[in-house]
Structure formats: structure tokens, C-alpha cells
Design a protein around this ligand. Structure first.
Ligand code: SF4
Ligand code: SF4
Length: 242
């Protein structure tokens, strides 16, 4: 039987964990995040080797995922350059939140690595079009939504309008339950809307074709350094209220 003091220490630990989790989420919400959840780092077993939280930070225990809402009007109506600039802006804000969170955790003597909204370091090494950590998978494991047919994160409150960043840490935080899928009904409209038919099946996008498509516009969209982020699959789904 545990000594009374053991139960007391467990209660104190649990209160500390809850308090730290709330403090970390407050950093996100106080900087205009629409969503913030915590994924248990041990649940990333399906991710490829080299792209799991523990590959990035040894001893990782939690992944905090931050979601910022892209204005619906920007996705649905804005000119391509405006949309592309909005994507870059959201990335900057997301990076700022992730860095502040990492510094906060370090000040509490934990280790923490921010994962930027557009973090393709490992992709550059491995020549793969994937980020250091799949933010969409992390978001699903943190309870923020599901990965839809068009491979985008689909949230119950914000549709596919969330942009993401994350922090991997060895701090003990209270994990949120992973999201139970059921929002995407596989209607296939996003695949029909894709101008180059790069959506091959459920959560199966030919990423290279998709990337090459928006790079075709390098001579036209000089204002956004030649980048034009296509969003037809995103728009179609958001427009139908998913
Ligand atoms: S358009 Fe239909 S199939 Fe595509 S992601 Fe939305 S709900 Fe799913
Ligand atoms: S972003 Fe554009 S090119 Fe890429 S899959 Fe979606 S609709 Fe197709």
C-alpha cells in the first residue's frame, strides 16, 4: 500500500502538469491561436523513422500543436498573391508562438524544439516533400481534427482553414484525446476541383505534381517571389461547409 505521502506527491505532480499545460496553451491563445492541443509523443509510431518526435528531441514526451485560422474570405475570394502572402504571414505568427512556447518551457528547465509552419529541413536532406514532423498528423493526435480526402487537416470548428506549427518537449503535459474521424464524407469534390488531378485517393496527393503546379507561375506572381499557392481543393471543401 502506498504511503499517504506518495498519493500526496502524485496529486502535486498532476496539478503541476495541469498547470503547465494550461500555461503553455495560454501562450498560444493569447496570441490569437484558434486552437491548441497536446499530443502524447508516444503515439507517433506510424510516422516514418526519422520523422518522429523522439528523432527530433530525444526523450520527447509531448507535442503541443498550435492552429491559426486563415480568414475564410482569403481562402474563398482573395487574389492568389493575397492568399499566398496570408500563408506566409500565418507562418511567421505560428513560428513566433512556437518559439515563445519553447523559451517558456526552457525557462522552466525543460527541453523544447519549435517546429515551424514550413519546416522542411529533413525534407531537404532526404529529398522528400515532407516536414520534419507531420503537423497534420500531430494535430489529429492532439485532437484538433482529422486528415481529409484532400490530405488537409479538417477541423470541426474551422474546416480546413487552420495553419499549424508545433513544439516538441520533454515536459510532462496533459495530452488531449486524438480526434475521432467522421467529418470528411469522401464526396470527392476536392479531387474533381484539382486542375491537375493530383489528388489520387483518400489522403493521397501527388505532392510533387502539386508543388510543380504552383511553381509554374514564377514569372507571373513576382509580388510573392513567384509563389502562387494553389488552393482549389481547399476552397471547394470549405465552400461546402466542411
Ligand atoms: S471536398 Fe469532400 S472529399 Fe474532399 S475533403 Fe471535403 S468532404 Fe472530404
Ligand atoms: S493545391 Fe491545387 S494542385 Fe495541389 S492538390 Fe490541391 S487543387 Fe491540386
Amino acid at each position: 500500500m502506498n504511503k499517504p505521502t506518495d498519493g500526496f506527491s502524485a496529486e502535486i505532480d498532476s496539478a503541476k502538469t495541469t498547470h503547465l499545460t494550461e500555461a503553455v496553451k495560454t501562450i498560444a491563445f493569447s496570441r490569437s491561436a484558434a486552437a491548441c492541443g497536446v499530443a502524447d509523443a508516444s503515439l507517433f509510431g506510424d510516422a516514418p523513422l526519422g520523422f518522429r518526435p523522439d528523432d527530433i528531441l530525444k526523450g520527447a514526451r509531448a507535442v503541443v500543436v498550435v492552429g491559426l485560422r486563415t480568414p475564410r474570405s482569403v481562402i474563398l475570394e482573395a487574389a492568389p498573391t493575397v492568399y499566398t502572402r496570408a500563408v506566409f504571414h500565418l507562418d511567421r505568427v505560428l513560428d513566433d508562438i512556437a518559439y515563445r512556447m519553447a523559451l517558456f518551457l526552457e525557462d522552466k528547465e525543460y527541453r523544447a524544439v519549435p517546429i515551424p509552419g514550413r519546416g522542411l529541413n529533413m525534407a531537404a536532406i532526404s529529398d522528400e516533400l515532407r516536414g520534419d514532423l507531420s503537423l497534420k498528423h500531430a494535430a489529429a493526435l492532439a485532437g484538433l481534427g482529422e486528415i481529409a480526402y484532400n490530405s488537409l487537416l479538417l477541423s470541426p470548428e474551422f474546416g480546413n482553414a487552420l495553419a499549424l506549427s508545433a513544439v516538441i518537449t520533454d515536459a510532462s503535459l496533459s495530452p488531449d484525446p486524438p480526434f475521432t474521424p467522421g467529418l470528411c464524407d469522401n464526396c470527392g469534390r476536392c479531387a474533381e476541383a484539382c486542375p491537375i488531378k493530383a489528388i489520387l485517393g483518400p489522403a493521397n496527393v501527388d505532392k510533387e505534381r502539386c508543388r510543380n503546379y504552383y511553381r509554374m507561375y514564377v514569372d507571373i506572381y513576382k509580388e510573392s517571389a513567384g509563389l502562387y499557392f494553389c488552393r482549389e481543393c481547399r476552397k471547394t471543401c470549405l465552400a461546402r461547409g466542411r
